[in-house]
Design a protein around this ligand. Structure first.
Ligand code: FES
Length: 617
């Protein structure tokens, strides 16, 4: 008999990442970006690995990697390429290598309790979880009631048991001397716990954003937020926007499954950390409330969002019953923990907007009120005389610093505030030397450049010789030129932070889309944008932007500043409110049913409004 030829084991190369020292072994020809993920690093990828966003910029310290691609030649000068600069999504490992990555997005984690998400003291607690302490009589020869009936006798008639509790029930009753606490959710008896556990009753609210996932661990008895935290959504390797991610899932059913896994892993990691910090036992987390845009809620359920991507933008579902986290595949919680999603409103107006409606109470009060979540999608709600109109605009990642050449999150070294007053005055996070600009700094500097006339009405950075008279010489000196047009040097320390013409154009498109949306919603109710009585800026990014600067770039209409306020993570706060109160959950379901969605992509006046809103005047 002929012996089988020995199977050849392919060689693996060792890849080490600095400064973290994280290491992995991968097959030759693996993309360095995949090796980094394998090593447990998170890489920002706005373009989904197409080599167009430049966010995965790094440096090869030593080792064998593939040649620079044409995409990299557009990003780096020949000198920079010689120094080892590269885009991780473009290079492949050919042998052992050491790679220096400046930023690992794990550094954005933050587990400090977020008091901003606390519900108002006036919120009436009406918990989804009913716990009852039971002192049961042990069975006797004269009392041969089955164990289950012995418990159910003390609970409301309509309560039915989860079959999963039956196998553990006899042991649990006898081991606890018939002193137990029952746990009922939505009419189902989901657990029998030993002793009196009335005080251990917790839930988690989750806001699944395209960029960031945030979660809050809440004491359902006191409404106190015990811990909160956020992490970048692990799906970001497939692009910053939902359309890129939907495209990826269309490459095969396993891609959709992987997309679900990535968001579930992100939630699992945050929840695991919240449990560790708070010391809460995962068995005492009974319910999870989730908000997110419509595409994120589809991915979380493992459901294709392909029909949301093209007209008529139809989702598979808008509302679902209360389910177990087992169906999500969450591992950080016990399988029988329940979860619910707040309802989606339309293909691009999701449960996060439902959360925003709930927490801002925009449906109450008089006057014309507008709430905007400024993020990758600019979702907005206009309330007037009992009507609620919604729309969403494809703003892109510019406000989050995503599509900006030196854009970054608000990490140490990010420029977050700018004034052009005699000179360029900057503030950077933690007073670290500037190494990039985050959303608020970006909007500030554009607003200031528009104010001084350094950016003209059409959105062009003018040459120093064309600057209006009032531009201070020290500011004028910051305008430089290269082959692609005029640029503005925000900081000339170290490698420098430069604003390019392309950056300005990115913001122009984003602000134009949102402003056009505002104009159309106001037109639908027979008013103009200047008639707004109140503007609420929501979202982790939106509420960090200065109202004056948003007016300065023309994203917001010319309403007095005292009518504009920031409301923080309104979607997350809405998720907390629905977690604490069945009435709030029911209210979210009721108000979202009466929302009138205005589809902008096919609106006959959108192009005209958008073209007008692109101008800086
Ligand atoms: S350039 Fe590499 S992810 Fe965009």
């Amino acid at each position: 008999m002929k012996a089988n030829a020995p199977t050849e084991i392919p060689e693996k190369a060792r890849v080490t990442f600095q400064p973290s020292g994280k290491e992995t072994r991968v097959l030759e020809h693996t993309l360095i970006s995949d090796a980094a993920l394998d090593a447990g690093l998170r890489i920002e990828s706005v373009c989904g690995g197409k080599g167009t966003c430049g966010k995965c910029c790094a440096r090869i310290v030593q080792g064998e990697v593939s040649e620079a691609t044409s995409a990299e030649e557009k990003f780096f000068t020949p000198e920079e390429l010689n120094q080892g600069m590269c885009l991780l999504c473009q290079r492949r490992i050919l042998g052992d290598a050491v790679v220096s990555i400046d930023r690992d997005f794990e550094a954005t984690r933050d587990y400090a309790p977020d008091k901003g998400a606390l519900p108002e003291a006036s919120l009436e607690l009406d918990s989804h979880v009913a716990k009852t302490y039971l002192e049961l009589d042990p069975p006797t020869i004269k009392d041969q009631q089955p164990d289950l009936e012995r418990v159910l006798n003390f609970l409301p008639d309509q309560v039915a048991p989860d079959p999963e509790i039956l196998s553990a029930l006899p042991h649990r009753l006898r081991k606890s001397d018939y002193l137990v606490t029952s746990v009922v959710i939505n009419g189902r008896l989901m657990a029998i716990e030993k002793g009196n556990t009335l005080k251990q009753c917790y839930g988690i609210a989750v806001d699944v954003g395209t960029t960031t996932v945030a979660a809050y661990l809440v004491d359902l008895g006191t409404s106190e937020i015990l811990a909160s935290g956020s992490l970048g959504n692990r799906q970001d390797r497939y692009g910053a926007d939902v359309i890129s991610r939907i495209s990826h899932t269309q490459n095969g059913p396993e891609k959709l499954g992987h997309m679900k896994e990535l968001v579930v892993q992100t939630i699992d990691e945050i929840v695991g950390n919240l449990l560790e910090i708070s010391g809460v036992d995962s068995r005492n987390i009974y319910i999870v409330s989730i908000v997110g845009n419509t595409v994120m809620s589809h991915f979380l359920m493992g459901v294709s969002a392909e029909h949301i991507a093209s007209a008529p933008f139809v989702p598979v579902f808008s509302r679902l019953p209360i389910l177990t986290v087992e169906s999500l595949g969450l591992k950080s919680l016990t399988p029988q923990t329940r979860f619910f999603l707040l309802p989606n409103i339309a293909g691009y107006v999701g449960a996060d907007t439902a959360g925003m409606i709930l927490s801002t109470k925009i449906y109450e009060g008089s006057g014309t009120r507008l709430a905007i979540d400024i993020g990758t999608n600019g979702e907005m709600v206009l309330a007037l005389k009992g009507r609620l109109l919604t729309c969403s605009t494809a703003a892109g990642p510019a406000f989050e610093g995503g599509s900006i050449s030196q854009g970054m999150r608000a990490e140490p070294g990010a420029i977050y505030a700018v004034r052009l007053d005699g000179d360029v005055l900057l503030k950077s996070v933690d007073n670290q030397p500037p190494k990039g600009v985050c959303g608020s700094g970006f909007v500030d500097v554009i607003s200031e450049m528009v104010r001084l006339g350094i950016i003209n009405r059409m959105g062009r950075i003018v040459a120093p010789s064309d600057c209006p008279d009032g531009v201070p010489p020290l500011v004028k000196r910051r305008i430089t030129q290269n082959g692609t047009g005029n640029r503005f040097v925000l900081s000339n320390k170290d490698h420098g932070v430069i604003l390019t013409q392309k950056d300005v154009s990115e913001l122009q498109l984003a602000k134009g889309a949102i402003r056009a949306g505002i104009e159309i919603l106001m037109e639908e109710v027979g008013l103009s944008a200047g008639d707004l009585d109140q503007v609420l800026l929501a979202g982790a990014f939106g509420s960090g932007l200065r109202a004056g600067s948003l007016k300065g770039i023309g994203l917001l209409p010319n309403v007095p500043l005292d009518r504009i306020s920031s409301v923080g993570n309104a979607a997350g706060k809405g998720a907390v409110m629905a977690l604490l109160s069945r009435k709030q959950k029911a209210l979210a379901e009721k108000v979202t049913k009466v929302c009138e969605h205005v589809e902008l992509s096919t609106h006959k006046r959108f192009s005209e409004k958008f073209a007008r809103a692109l101008l800086f005047d």
